[in-house]
Design a protein around this ligand. Structure first.
Ligand code: AMP
Length: 114
């Protein structure tokens, strides 16, 4: 069996994280290296490695991640907007191969990304 990712260890409560939301399908916690005043990762419990591994059956799950992102954005008071990002693969800048949605806010974000 392949080794658990850091996010699987957080989901399994083997590694501590600052968890802000948890339900039957996902866990959300603050990024350890925040790129904005609010930087939260929303991670499905299902260990999908990346966006590129999504199956048609995951459609509802991915939608759920975005609904949770919106709920957390409201809780965090991100009234002026925020950004959601999924990095995919090496060129996309993905470093942890367990699908996750970044929620960033609390400052004006630049575009395009580097
Ligand atoms: P990505 O580069 O899109 O795969 O994003 C991975 C993110 O996970 C990065 O922003 C890291 O700072 C974050 N990260 C890595 N390890 C941890 C951890 N133990 N707790 C919280 N965030 C982490």
């Amino acid at each position: 069996m392949s080794e658990k990712t850091m996010f699987q260890k957080i989901i399994d409560r083997e590694v501590d994280a600052d968890i802000v939301h948890e339900d039957d399908r996902c866990v959300a916690f603050r990024d350890i290296n925040p790129q904005a005043p609010t930087h939260i990762l929303i991670v499905p419990r299902k260990p999908i490695p990346s966006l590129d591994d999504l199956e048609p059956e995951d459609e509802t799950l991915v939608g759920h991640l975005f609904v949770v992102a919106r709920e957390i954005a409201q809780e965090e008071g991100l009234r002026d907007g925020y950004r959601t990002v999924i990095n995919c693969g090496d060129d996309g800048g993905q470093s942890v191969y367990h699908l996750h949605l970044h929620l960033l806010g609390g400052r004006r974000l630049e575009w395009p990304p580097g």
